[in-house]
Design a binder for this molecule. Sequence first.
Ligand code: CMP
Length: 137
Amino acid sequence: MSERTLVLIKPDGVARGLTGEILRRIEAKGYVIAELKKTTATAEQLAAHYAEHEGKPFYQPLVDFMLSGPIVAAVAEGEGVIPGFRSLAGQTDPTTAAPGTIRGDLGRDWGEKVQKNLVHGSDSIESAEREIGIWFN
Ligand code: CMP
């Protein structure tokens, strides 16, 4: 099986109508969208997904933000897709993420305590398999 990663289009991306643009960039890079759904996160899914951030100051604002509207979950497949999608996404902070990236081209600071950065991408094979299990059973 080729490498897989979990992509989440966060509520800001869905609300701004950027789902197609973000999926287009993934496909244009040559990755395959193997699974795709629009959904509303549950508190249980977010507790599992963001377990490593529990206790950090941004944890509760992040969870509240992720519950604030529908998201799109996708599994993208292809050789090197885990670092490849993170490179497409750009750095966490959309203010300084490089132009040419999803966050750098489409995101910015909206003056809120939560960082609205449009997308999530898994950071390792282990996280990808764990996260895919949370959003696709
Ligand atoms: P992501 O990398 O997808 O997963 C963790 C998220 O927490 C991250 O995106 C940001 O949305 C958010 N985040 C990380 N660091 C901070 C921070 N210092 N302040 C606010 N939000 C953050």
